[in-house]
Design a protein around this ligand. Sequence first.
Ligand SMILES: *Cc1c(COP(=O)(O)O)cnc(C)c1O
Length: 410
Amino acid sequence: MDAFDNSHIWHPYAKIPNEVPTHLVESAQGVYLVLKNGKQVIDGMSSWWSVIHGYNNPVLNQAITEQLKKMSHVMFGGLTHQPAIDLAKTLINITPDNLTKVFFSDSGSIAVEVALKMALQYWHKQGKTDKQKFITIYGGYHGDTFGAMSLCDPENGMHHLFGDTLAQQVFVKSPSIVAMDEALEDLEQTLSKSANTIAAMILEPVVQGAGGMRIYNPQYLSHAKALCEQYKVLFILDEIATGFGRTGELFALEYVDVEPDILCLGKALTGGYMTLAATLTSDKVATTVGTLMHGPTFMANPLACAVANASIELLLNEPWQDNIARIEKHFYTHLSPLSENDKVASVRILGAIGVVEMVAEIEVEKVQNQLLEGGVWLRPYGKLLYTMPAFTITDDELLLLTNAIKKVTK
Ligand SMILES: *Cc1c(COP(=O)(O)O)cnc(C)c1O
């Protein structure tokens, strides 16, 4: 812990001074973080889902330094550049066919805000000015800005802190908590009553991340999309956490081949090198929306686009599906048995995501220290101990990771 840091710098979801000590990282290599005392620990979080190829990757390093020699940034208003053009082409190619237009922004939350703006404006332009609200399922997470925050789970999210300032949205039962049929019935009933006030539905496909690390039946997505079409509500998928292979499909929407009207990407987009996000939509939505009143200063930052291009190319040219399958198998073998432990409420696994939900609240500092002693960095929250490592993690490193988890759940 650094004394200055502790008294002057805010960390995520924390107060000053921090209640839980922060650890100084000197460098990072592969799946390892190198801490100040020289200790190397496996980053089981891949820096919040993003560092899919590991740290200090030579291919990504080269892509970003080559771009750096040309230019690190130019404004995107009235100017363009090859890295952005190449990236947009790639994203259009690898996402569903209907998605043909790309809006670049600098973080996932902003990609969600842009999606919400698109949806509101789409209906506004057609005279449907009553369509001002959004619908989503409980247990979600879509970011920390005001629009995104209003669509996070009302209990886990920050709704109680911001009261009336936060837009009141429509929440329906989650297929990750109740049976899929019950969730769909709730959705249909709510849409049949309120669709005239709802612009769009937003969902994290298949895996609800920061809102509770829950997994649900992909079939829900196709049914929800059909209902949204029937009731004239746009369908937004937030693949910021699930995108780029994490769940075992390149995008989680591929489990059922659903075509969203709007798609949000972020996190692993640049392999965790730079902050960058994208909102994709269809010809129809883009044409109807017309001028979109949004334009971040660092929109389509060339360094970020260049490293995103390299990261996606690297991913697609390696046997990433085998890697995810290998990690998933390891989690099934080594984490699933933990569910027999009385202190463990459940174990949930999908692709390169492993979640152990405890019965009791986790003592973060104590557990984090035990994990560090075992050579592993994780950031438990609430009752959740979870990992989503870099896809490049070796079998030996996986064993270290799951052994450390095993130890702290005893
Ligand atoms: C992380 C996340 C966001 C927010 O992205 P930031 O880059 O942190 O703003 C939005 N949606 C989902 C599903 C996420 O996991």
